[in-house]
Design a protein around this ligand. Structure first.
Ligand SMILES: Nc1ncnc2c1ncn2[C@@H]1O[C@H](COP(=O)(O)OP(=O)(O)OP(=O)(O)O)[C@@H](O)[C@H]1O
Ligand SMILES: O=c1[nH]c(=O)c2[nH+]cn([C@@H]3O[C@H](COP(=O)(O)O)[C@@H](O)[C@H]3O)c2[nH]1
Ligand SMILES: NC(=O)CC[C@H](N)C(=O)O
Ligand SMILES: [Mg+2]
Length: 517
């Protein structure tokens, strides 16, 4: 996608690098992450509007610690350092960083100096900021004004507005720094002089233009799942090229109860987009037979999806091959598949890491750099109905990655009934909006002893995994009311004969992921 000059967030291995990019976009400025190994010339070639150096686990003076190339500061590009980035910046510009023995973690009072600079002017004198550091800048580089201190950091913020360079020891990107977003915004607009024009309307206009340019007068198909990401991607492409778009919904036999019917009925009614429904359950289930490894399942699903799309493409435009496949891929799908800035492969999302090597489609992925809540906002701006915009995410590989063990028709049926009960009860309790997602997982290879109707049972456990999240990158288990959990448990064990135990997953992400595979 063509985008305005980015604010590049240089990732030094921070916990919060993703969050920084997001916060910049929340300040209506386009932003992307890059790994710290990116050479400065390569960053400058992107003509960045500004560069932000993230935090990171290393000590700047340790052997092998990632450094900042001082050439970065001679290029005239505005730079903002955060925590490790602040320390690395201080060191590169001739200041000093030391292990003072004073460490700060968590909420910390900030003492704003008499000369508060652009970043801190007129902010409350007694505000709290979120710290997480063991090293500190002991001397600011020449030419910089020190604008704040904290009990453990003599230099907690500095700036040189003439050179458009600034930095802070604390984390402005986290919600626990109440004025953090304001400070970040002041750097962007007040010091860097970036125009805050990256609004939903701009994104939509820019995307529509880019899609028209990419697709021309060719036919396009879009994998449509009923979820919000593909719905928004389809709506953007439809706005760009109208009837050249045909959506393809694949019923791979791994869907939840009622899902296929709902997509067929509601989606067309809501959007008027051409929809082709393909029943491909046999081919997916045959391909998955005997497979228990999560990554293998994901790769099989990714491959079969593409084979089905290829067949559908031939049917959509027999005489004129369809070159383009639209997918609702989001940034977290890319990052978790190991396609981010030097990030590890956590799991291969079917639409990214699970794609087959012989893929011939050109991909159209207008949401590839965004997070889900950003996508929801665009969906709302495009006029999609609330039921689509606020639908809980459901993974493309569907129930195949919620059956721990081999995927069979019988097991799918068991899980479908249990899942339907959990969803019905959640909706009845009015808590749908509080919950990000509510996977129900069948431990198909585990059995436990129970007693039902005075008889012994030896059935399977089902795991409830309700989570709350903003963007699926981190999540916490949802504290659902006990009586709701009790109703779900009772109904599942009463109504699903194969299940005699219901357990609750109380793991946050990290260390767990949302899905079990
Ligand atoms: N059953 C399906 N039929 C066709 N395409 C699908 C199907 N499931 C997933 N896809 C494709 O894979 C992409 C990624 O799936 P993913 O579940 O991440 O997104 P989504 O379903 O659009 O939204 P959500 O994350 O809210 O469920 C989708 O955007 C869509 O292009
Ligand atoms: O379309 C998808 N294809 C996939 O292969 C896939 N794997 C996980 N997910 C969804 O991504 C989010 C993060 O999931 P995890 O915490 O399990 O990694 C959660 O919302 C998951 O439901 C997927 N979506
Ligand atoms: N969160 C960070 O960036 C920490 C920076 C450095 N590792 C320190 O402890 O001071
Ligand atoms: Mg989905």
């Amino acid at each position: 996608m063509t985008t305005p000059p980015p604010v590049l967030v240089v990732d030094f291995g921070a916990q919060y690098a993703q969050l920084i990019a997001r916060r910049v976009r929340e300040a209506n400025v386009y932003s992307e992450l890059v790994p710290h190994s990116t050479p400065v010339e390569k960053m400058l070639a992107r003509k960045p509007a500004a560069i932000i150096l993230s935090g990171g686990p290393s000590s700047v003076y340790a052997d092998g610690a990632p450094q900042v190339d001082p050439a970065l500061f001679d290029a005239g590009v505005p730079v903002f350092g955060i925590c490790y980035g602040f320390q690395a910046m201080a060191r590169a510009l001739g200041g000093e960083v030391a292990h003072t023995g004073l460490r700060e973690f968590g909420g910390t009072p900030l003492n704003i100096a008499d000369e508060p600079g652009v970043l801190l002017r007129d902010l409350p004198a007694d505000q709290s900021v979120w710290m997480s550091h063991g090293d500190s800048v002991s001397t600011a580089p020449p030419g910089f004004t020190v604008t704040a201190a904290s009990p453990g950091a003599r230099v907690a913020a500095f700036e040189n507005t003439e050179k458009r360079l600034a930095g802070v020891q604390f984390h402005p990107e986290v919600a626990h720094t109440p004025y953090g977003q304001e400070i970040l915004r002041r750097f962007l607009t007040g010091i860097a002089g970036v125009e805050p024009t990256w609004t939903n309307e701009e994104i939509i206009e820019e995307q529509v233009r880019a899609i028209r340019e990419q697709v021309g007068d060719k036919q396009v198909i879009c994998g449509l799942s009923g979820g919000v990401d593909s719905a928004v991607a389809a709506a953007l492409v439809h706005k760009a090229v109208g009837d050249q778009l045909t959506c393809v919904f694949v019923d791979h036999g791994l869907l939840r109860a009622g899902e296929a019917e709902q997509v067929e009925k509601d989606y067309v009614a809501a959007t008027g987009i051409k929809l082709k429904v393909v029943d491909a359950a046999d081919r997916f289930l045959d391909a998955l037979a005997g497979v228990t490894d999560p990554e293998q399942k994901r790769k099989i699903v990714g491959r079969e999806f593409i084979r089905v799309f290829e067949q559908a493409a031939r049917e959509v435009a027999a005489e004129n091959d369809v070159e383009f496949l639209v997918q609702g891929t989001l940034y977290p799908d890319v990052v978790e598949s190991g396609g981010g800035s030097g990030t590890a492969n956590i799991k291969s999302h079917h639409n990214v890491g699970g794609l087959p090597e012989d893929l011939t489609f050109k991909l159209v992925e207008p949401l590839r750099t965004l997070f889900k809540d950003e996508v929801r906002a665009i969906g709302a701006a495009l006029g999609l109905p609330d039921e689509i915009v606020w639908r809980h995410p459901f993974p493309g590989p569907g129930l195949s990655i919620r059956i721990i063990g081999e995927v069979t028709r019988d097991r799918l049926e068991v899980l479908r009934v249990a899942d339907k009960i959990a969803r019905e009860e959640l909706t009845a309790s009015g808590l749908d909006r509080r919950i990000w997602q509510f996977p129900v997982v069948l431990l198909a290879d585990v059995r436990s002893v129970g007693v039902q109707g005075d008889g012994r049972t030896y059935g399977h456990p089902v795991v409830l995994r309700p989570v709350e999240s903003d963007d699926a990158m981190t999540a916490d288990w949802s504290r659902l009311p006990f009586d709701l959990l009790a109703r779900i448990s009772t109904r599942i064990t009463n109504e699903v004969p194969e299940v005699n135990r219901v357990v609750l997953d109380v793991t946050s992400k990290p260390p767990g992921t949302i899905e079990w595979e």
